[in-house]
Ligand binder design. Structure first.
Ligand code: G6P
Length: 614
């Protein structure tokens, strides 16, 4: 969702800001803008609908000078994507410009009050209301920008990360945060700010993460000073960010998504490194060593997440219930937060998030903590809000994921959940040493087996061409593979805009079977040994109605292979690890279909990578 960038220092701000916006493109956006205080002291705002490239063309004949500036990519919430609604927004007198990520919930009532005082508005956004409110206080109390920002933010209900420029003070950016991410990079005589570390890392590794209800005063001469909205000074740790620039670039691949699909063997090795020993005889999670009793004594576990992370959570439920014999519930964070959930101190809540910034998941964590639950985070983005707001947790260590459609984060989450389940099972004695060893050794073989699956990329690419005509798809799976079917369908919807539904295979006869005809492609994940005959019957039912079946089977399966239209083979593994293999061809299928249809695979329409608003 919206991305913010800022710069103050000795270099020209505009090229740094534009590069920063490009780094944030992956978050999803529909318009972009910049604001600089020029070398002649003008406060300029330039913005355009569309991509950063469109903005750059628009800037060609403009005065883009200045060593202080802010910039924004907007993902529309209030008002359509257009130049007027894009950020930065000017205040009425044109002396302030502001960028904002989040939602000001009480903007309508503030707007009415300001209108009564004679203010007029040029956009439909909640953000313009905030910059006008700041200016209103600045004029009313004849104060500096900081005091006006403090007064305005104490009136505001909602979520924000903001940055403000004042024409009359070309040496300072004021930024603030509540429930939307904001990081400040400390360079040598220069400072950067951004929604995440990606626009900053090529200049400095030193970062400060601004916390909720804090305001940062970033001054060209005196550096960074952080206070609360009420004005209390706060000190902050400076974090060293270990982010390799190569990890946020395409590295020869046509799309980030394809790169990230192919990175999975390496990512999963990184995820297991230091947790499973080389021989595959033991597993250690520092967080479980420290908080083992919370898991051993847990009455139940509740997993909260959104989107793809929620699908990983469904696999986590099967893993934990099977290995640890603890009941597990999986909730959409957005539903959980408003459901008055029954949560107590004996519950462990596991929050799963790639970005670590999803607003609903953060709110669910806050609620669970307020009820006394112990909250464990499974997060990719190091130092993110969810990582910092949980009691403890595990990073999945798959590196930055830039493609909006999540791939390596999903398999990373499933890998961590598999290890977590085995680790808790070991602590609770619900697994024998022999079973544990067998499971760990097979887990260690998964990266190589994924490499085997990836070799079928060309085959999957050519079969994808056959299906670009399709308007609908059905994905079926059972047990551990049911969430794989849901995730496969989600991938296809997200990037190719083909309607797709995931179903537990046996549920087909309760509805989806009515949709099957010669036009309907059905992807069946058919790796389950125990339920093999039943899946076979499902496939026969589809074929009897002329449906076209793409089956994902275990290598050497001649029975299903003879029955279906297309076959994708997986190396053999144990039941609980098939999701890690079976999700790979489904990612590739969605990717190639979207490419054949000419879609923007990395930045699909309307979607955001990091959903920082409700
Ligand atoms: C968005 C992304 C999805 C992601 C979901 C949850 O919808 O496009 O890929 O699964 O948010 O995000 P999280 O960062 O919390 O995993």
């Amino acid at each position: 969702m919206c991305g913010i960038v800022g710069y103050i220092g000795t270099q020209q701000a505009c090229p740094i800001l534009l590069k920063g916006l490009r780094r944030l493109e992956y978050r999803g956006y529909d318009s972009a803008g910049v604001s600089m205080i020029s070398s002649t002291g003008e406060l300029n705002v330039f913005k355009s609908k569309g991509k950063v490239d469109d903005l750059e063309s628009f800037l060609e004949d403009k005065d883009v000078t200045g060593t202080i500036g802010i910039a924004h990519t907007r993902w529309a919430t209030h008002g359509v994507p257009c130049r007027e609604n894009a950020h930065p927004h000017f205040s009425s007198t044109g002396t302030l410009s502001l960028i904002h990520n989040g939602i000001i919930e009480n903007y309508a009532s503030i707007k009415e009050r300001l209108k009564e005082k004679g203010y007029t508005f040029v956009s439909e956004t909640d953000t313009e209301v905030l910059v006008q409110l700041i200016e209103y206080y600045k004029i009313k109390y004849n104060s500096d920008l900081l005091s006006a920002v403090q007064r305005a933010l104490s009136q505001v209900i909602g979520a924000y990360a903001i940055a403000v420029l004042d024409k009359n003070n070309p040496d300072e950016i004021i930024a603030a945060r509540k429930a939307s991410p904001l990081a400040i990079g400390l360079g040598d005589g220069e400072y950067f700010l951004a929604s995440d570390a990606t626009p900053i890392v090529e200049y400095t590794k030193k970062l400060i993460y601004v916390e909720d209800n804090e305001i940062a005063i970033i001054n060209r001469h005196s550096g960074v000073n952080i206070i609360t909205i009420q004005g209390k000074e706060v000190s902050h740790e400076v974090s060293e960010v270990n982010l390799d620039l190569g990890a946020i670039e395409k590295g020869g691949y046509e799309h980030f998504m394809l790169k990230e699909i192919f990175e999975q063997p390496e990512c999963l090795l990184n995820c297991m490194r230091g947790r499973i020993n080389d021989e595959g005889t033991d597993i250690r999670f520092s967080s479980i060593i420290d908080y083992g009793q919370r898991f051993i004594n847990a009455r139940r576990l509740v997993i909260v997440a959104c989107g793809t992370s929620w699908h990983a959570g469904l696999i986590g439920k099967s893993l934990i219930e099977n290995f640890c014999r603890i009941p597990v519930e999986v909730a959409y964070a957005s539903e959980f937060r408003y459901s008055n959930p029954v949560i107590s101190e004996e519950d462990v809540v596991i929050a799963i998030s790639q970005s670590g910034e999803t607003a609903d998941t953060l709110a669910a964590i806050e609620l669970a903590r307020s009820k006394g639950a112990f909250v464990y985070g499974i997060v990719n983005s190091v130092g993110s809000s969810i990582a910092r707001n949980t009691h403890t947790g595990s990073y999945i260590h798959v590196g930055p994921e830039i493609g909006v459609a999540s791939t390596k984060a999903f398999t990373g989450q499933v890998t961590v959940l598999s290890m977590l389940a085995l680790c808790i099972a070991k602590e609770r004695n619900t697994i024998t040493q022999e079973q544990l060893q067998e499971a760990l050794q097979e887990l260690l073989r998964i990266p190589d087996k994924i490499r085997e699956v990836l070799k079928q990329n060309d085959t999957i690419a050519s079969l994808s061409r056959t299906f670009t005509y399709a308007h609908n798809f059905i994905y079926l799976g059972r047990g551990y593979n049911y969430p794989v079917a849901l995730e496969g369908a989600l991938k296809l919807k997200e990037i190719s805009y083909i309607h797709a539904e995931g179903y537990p295979a046996a549920e087909m006869k309760h509805g989806p079977i009515a949709l099957i005809d010669a036009e309907m492609p059905v992807v069946v994940v058919a790796t389950n040994k125990a339920l093999y005959e039943k899946i076979l019957s499902n496939i026969q039912e589809i074929k009897a109605r002329q449906g076209r079946v793409i089956a994902v089977v275990v290598k050497g399966d001649d029975t299903i292979s003879k029955l279906v239209d297309y076959v994708i083979e997986l190396p053999e593994t144990v039941e609980f690890l098939y999701p890690l293999l079976a999700s790979i061809p489904l990612q590739l299928l969605a990717y190639h279909i979207a490419v054949c249809k000419g879609k923007n695979v990395d930045q699909p329409r309307n979607l955001a990578k990091s959903v920082t608003v409700e």
